[in-house]
Write a new protein. Structure first.
Length: 177
């Protein structure tokens, strides 16, 4: 095996990314405090052709050097929008026909591997604060809550890891199932 060079990867450019058909997902960041996590979410969102990212509350906005450090230019490719509150973002998304899916440990949650992605539906995926998780009022506004099964001593993943796991699994189901 030989490691591929960047040229051999045949990645699309930003202009082509902007016009490429996107997967039916919007990522909603509910008061994320770490700029490195925000940048990482941009990078994962680029990888899976996410429609856009909604940055809410205390979540920082580009341009910022600490976001750029982990986004590696994905803030130029992935569309984003800022909201003062996550509830405002949720209301806009519901009005646009999105199903609201919070990623959280909650009563009645659906395990990630069991969640079905329906063709023709659009999904807003809410990622919560690093310590507090998704706010209860947002859980109350959600159509679904997805939980990632975990088997060790810790109760959660880092927000950027969670986003990568969820985006891959839902993108895989959308694209290949």
């Amino acid at each position: 095996m030989k490691k591929l060079t960047n040229d051999e990867l045949n990645r699309i450019g930003i202009d082509e990314f902007k016009t490429t058909s996107k997967s039916p997902f919007v990522v909603v960041l509910d008061n994320i405090r770490s700029l490195n996590n925000v940048g990482s979410v941009f990078r994962s969102s680029d990888a899976f052709l996410i429609e856009s990212i909604y940055l809410c509350g205390i979540t920082a906005q580009p341009p910022h050097k600490d976001i750029h450090k982990t986004a590696l230019g994905a803030t130029d490719s992935v569309d984003w929008k800022y909201f003062e509150t996550t509830q405002e973002a949720i209301e806009e998304l519901k009005n646009k026909g999105y199903l609201i899916v919070s990623i959280e440990q909650a009563e009645g949650s659906v395990s990630l591997q069991d969640f079905k992605v329906e063709k023709g539906r659009k999904y807003a995926l809410v990622m919560g604060h690093e310590v507090k998780g998704v706010a209860q009022n947002i859980i109350d506004s959600s159509d679904y809550v997805i939980e990632i099964p975990q088997y060790g001593t810790k109760h959660s993943f880092n927000i950027s890891v969670t986003t990568g796991i969820v985006l891959w699994e839902l993108f895989r189901k959308y694209k290949f199932d």
